[in-house]
Design a protein around this ligand. Sequence first.
Ligand code: HEM
Length: 512
Amino acid sequence: MYILLLFPALAALVFIRFLYNVFRHDLYWIPGPFFVRFSNIWRFIEMYRARYADNAVALHHKYGKIVRTGPNHVSVADPDMIDQIYGHRQDYPKSDMVVPWQKVVNGKIMTGIVDTRDRKRHSELKRPVASIYSMSSIANAEDFISDTIAYFVKRLDESFISGLSGERKVPMAAWVQYFAFDAIGELTISRRFGFLETGADPEDQLGQIDRELEYRAVIGTMPWTHYLIKGNWFYRRFIEPTTGFILKASNLIKDRAVNGSTHPERRDMMARFIEAQKAHPDIVDDNVLRAYITTNLVAGSDTTAVVMRAAIYYAIRNPHVMKRVQQELDDNNVTYPLQYKTSIALPYVDAFINEVLRYHPVASIPLERVVPPEGMPTPFGHRLPGGVVVSMTPWVTNFDTEIFGVDAEKFNPERWLQGEKESHEASKHRLSVMRANEFSFSKGPRKCLGIHVAQQELWKCIPTLLGLFDITLAEPQKEWKVKKQFVSKQSEMDVILQWRPGKSLKDVSHLP
Ligand code: HEM
């Protein structure tokens, strides 16, 4: 009898909740589509269909700099607000969209630097390893990145140019990720994972990352559904033994403990994570150590590969850009693989890579933060109440015409250079505003920790490929495919490679 009353009672509660969502007075002033006020289903579906980022762009075009995107979600497009939401002086924690990112090890939840919400815990986890990611640490390891780039070039040559296989089409979308994965292996454990050597992904690790990130992006829009799927006690206890990248990280740690390093003379990232564990045993337990390694594996390959694909694609699609990059490399008689210092000092190469990062942002998810209890001031006339989830999306902010110029929709590396008629002072000011507002690596205390790893790889590898090879699309009439879900991942961009006139493997140092 009572059970029969339960259903109408539940239905009534859901209905009241809907009414509250729709009519809550504290967010009523924010424009947006009416239906997003009811529930997060719109965000869920759009993320599942990989259309959230494009929709966010369209909504901001239609409604302006602040848009309601859910019952408790607000998207902001005003670069002036970056500091307010993400800045070092603020205390806006990540939203619970990161809950589905957290892993389970032996039945316990394991949080890492990326998916910890609590700011204090985040600082605790970051402090022991922050220096490992500093530019000076990564610069010390530059030779190992050069080794991987040289091997990448050699494998491309063997497999698709001078080798006997006869295969000419390079599945470049996959190969750049093989490179990025192997480079992370070299930095973390002083050896590559074998992607470049085999030219394949026999354990489907790239597929595992895709599925993992898809789960994070979609379930992160309605984090409570995680408890119905993977976050519940039953799943943790019985279904998910330690799997995937956690297992890989565990095995790498065990392997280091039992067999030592293949290069004991190097102080690689694994060695330094283990030192951090010894120095901070109260913070870095075995789970945290595993999380450090897992983060490198998951965060460090897909992201860099997205930028490398975009660089190759936009250089091919804009022949005058490709020509200028190659001209600058030739005029400066650079050696290959490029040294990082050389690369950042080449104005056009530097401008080109900055433009690629701006024009094809890696993150397609909104970078969500929670407004603290005292609320958030806005330039839109009202405060946002505490507890509201506020986000920005680089696909919106990186195209702001006030910051990046009226042609922000265009791929134009020149915007990062001094204009012909522009004074030195004016250009310095314009560039510093663009740099301060470029949002690809996020900002503030949760800014990408791997930024220097990414920069070394990108600024070294991209000009090396463009300087050594003539690269064309295998099917020039076809557009690539871009799936904007967690990252803005591209596919279907096979290319044909040829050595540029006068170039060959002889021009490459660091070969094995
Ligand atoms: C072009 C390449 C990359 C891009 C565009 C990128 C982008 C980002 C972004 C946007 C965030 C912030 C997410 C948020 O605010 O919610 C982030 C965080 C992070 N990234 Fe990257 N990333 C890249 C490469 C890497 C690499 C190579 C590594 C590691 C080797 C890495 C490690 C991390 C870590 C540990 C965090 C969490 C930082 C924290 O919360 O303190 N990333 N990344």
